[in-house]
Design a protein around this ligand. Structure first.
Ligand code: B16
Ligand code: MG
Length: 211
């Protein structure tokens, strides 16, 4: 019943969500700010500056815009060091099979990642060629949970939002898919992704006909 599937990257196709966590943790520790896996849940799917604001909100001092840019750049350097050694072995179980099944069913495929490193990660994973369209995060004005990134992907594919299945591991991402008027397939835990239409543990359980 769908005409296209729009995938998130981090935490769906590969576990860069963990690398983002490690990079933010390193930055938070250098600033002596509290940061743990639970707080990190709120950061998933949130863009770089938005994530930084959430981390800095844990402390008392205020930072100038220039300081914030420098801190975001530090985090990005930690992150880029972590992703530098990625290979196709870093694809999550079922990721490539899911892309192949969507293609075999004749549906369009797009990537809706707010990460400015998404193109690099796709290249390292060797899956760039699977996508009809990759949203340029730099061209998106409002990050998730705003629907803009998913609506941009649907428009580029020439498909109505109602005919799209969005796949997300983040609370903010699922909210963005629902705000776009699409069906949301959550990857993770139903207690966390309460607004998803269906939740599966990983793409290893992906079954297009069931949604
Ligand atoms: P960058 P997604 C998001 O990617 C991550 O979930 C989020 O943790 C990260 O802060 C954001 O990308 C920005 O990434 O710093 O590389 O531009 O989940 O939308 O694929
Ligand atoms: Mg994600």
């Amino acid at each position: 019943r769908f005409k296209a599937v729009i995938f998130d990257l981090d935490g769906v196709l590969t576990d860069t969500a963990h690398y983002h966590y490690l990079a933010w943790k390193r930055l938070a520790e250098s600033l002596q700010l509290p940061f743990d896996q639970a707080y990190n849940e709120q950061l998933k799917g949130i863009d770089r500056m938005g994530s930084l604001e959430l981390i800095l909100a844990q402390g008392r001092r205020s930072y100038t815009a220039q300081e914030k840019l420098a801190l975001a750049e530090q985090k990005n350097q930690h992150y880029q060091t972590l992703i530098a050694d990625m290979t196709p072995a870093d694809l999550l179980p079922g990721a490539v099979a899911a892309l192949q099944r969507v293609r075999a069913a004749g549906l369009g495929i797009a990537l809706a990642s707010v990460s400015k490193n998404a193109a690099t990660v796709l290249e390292r994973l060797g899956i760039t060629g699977h996508f009809d369209y990759v949203v340029d995060a730099a061209a998106i004005a409002r990050g998730k949970p705003d629907p803009e990134i998913f609506l941009t992907a649907a428009q580029a594919l020439g498909v109505a939002p109602a005919d799209c299945l969005g796949v997300e591991d983040a609370v903010a991402g699922v909210a963005a898919i629902k705000a776009a008027g699409m069906t949301a397939l959550g990857i993770g835990h139903p207690f966390v992704l309460t607004r998803a239409d269906v939740v599966i543990t990983s793409l290893a359980d992906f079954n297009l006909a069931a949604y």
